[in-house]
Write a protein that binds this ligand. Structure first.
Ligand SMILES: NC(=O)c1ccc[n+]([C@@H]2O[C@H](COP(=O)([O-])OP(=O)(O)OC[C@H]3O[C@@H](n4cnc5c(N)ncnc54)[C@H](OP(=O)(O)O)[C@@H]3O)[C@@H](O)[C@H]2O)c1
Length: 290
């Protein structure tokens, strides 16, 4: 057997994440598990990058030939000015979470949050023709709303605490996507319209450490024929999903969304469709180790 080191190469393909804080980012474990499972000589490096160093970090990634990277809070909008272009839905959403190096070395910003959500949701229901009630109007809600609209949702009711953000998202859906949208202010227990097919939490309500926080919904209006989806990944079983389960609704949790958005990112970078079961297992080990 030829044991010459010259027959091997030691230059891995590099990807990673720029965020602040970065310490508790579970994506690194999930993506590295997929790389290892598929025997890809790729690495995912979790980097804490402050806003004032974002430009240098992107230049550094370019200099080192990174194949791409994720951006999370607080860089999803700020990174855009350092890129060479945007994918179609990232352009509409106005935020980027995945940067992909194209053939000529240009860095293109994509947004996989909404697509990951839709892929997870499609495992339990078909979004085409659906009536959606969407709680929240921040970055996650924008991504989810745009991708739900392009996946065929017919109407989205945006329910948000602050009017300005809610109305802005409602306008965006009406003007830039095939779906129609209305805004409802969220100032008490919200009654779900009887024709609602899909209820989505895209707020940060229920996120660790506020694990007992519940959405203000008029619960008698939630019926078993509605599908409930929660964007919160930690913990995966939120008070909203527990109520949905008690009511007999089908439901989707935020870890499923997280896994699928990660798998879409890996596909962008490597061209490989990864086994999402391996990624789920890596997250389970972090969040539910017993
Ligand atoms: N699973 C995944 O892959 C994934 C991906 C991305 C994000 N997420 C999750 O999505 C959540 C939202 O992220 P984001 O980036 O959209 O945050 P964001 O831009 O800060 O938006 C937060 C949203 O939550 C609403 N909100 C927060 N606290 C509230 C309360 N007590 N009552 C009513 N509304 C409240 C805000 O309403 P106002 O406009 O009135 O402030 C706003 O609509 C986070 O928990 C994040 O972990 C999950």
């Amino acid at each position: 057997m030829d044991r010459s080191p010259m027959n091997k190469h030691f230059l891995s393909n590099l990807t990673g994440s720029f965020a602040m804080p970065a310490m508790e980012n579970p994506t690194v474990a999930m993506v590295e598990a997929a790389y290892q499972h598929h025997q890809l000589d790729w690495r995912y490096i979790n980097c804490e990058v402050s806003p004032e160093h974002l430009k240098d970090a992107v230049l550094g990634a370019r200099a080192m030939g990174w194949a791409g990277f994720n951006c999370s809070i607080p860089h999803k909008v700020a990174v855009i000015e350092h890129l060479d272009g945007l994918g179609q839905s990232a352009e509409i959403i106005g935020a980027v979470n995945t940067i992909v190096r194209r053939a000529r070395g240009e860095y293109i910003g994509e947004n996989t949050d909404g697509r990951g959500f839709v892929t997870a949701l499609t495992e339990v229901t078909d979004p085409r023709g659906s009536q959606v009630v969407l709680f929240g109007a921040g970055g996650a809600a924008r991504a989810v709303a745009v991708e739900m609209a392009f996946a065929g949702a017919s109407h989205i009711t945006v329910v948000n605490r602050s009017r300005e953000r809610g109305e802005e998202l409602t306008r965006l859906i009406g003007e830039k996507t095939p779906a129609t949208a209305t805004f409802a202010i969220w100032d008490g227990d919200f009654p779900l319209p009887a024709d609602t097919d899909i209820v989505i939490n895209a707020t940060s309500i229920g996120l660790y450490p506020n694990i007992d926080q519940q959405l203000n919904i008029h619960w008698e209006t939630l019926t078993a024929d509605m599908v409930v989806a929660d964007g919160i990944h930690n913990p995966p079983m939120t008070p909203l999903l527990r109520t949905a389960q008690q009511k007999g609704c089908k439901f989707v949790n935020g870890q499923q969304m997280l896994v699928h958005q990660g798998a879409i990112g890996i596909h962008y970078w490597t061209g490989i469709t990864v086994d999402t079961g391996v990624m789920h297992a890596a997250l389970r080990e972090i969040f539910n180790p017993e």
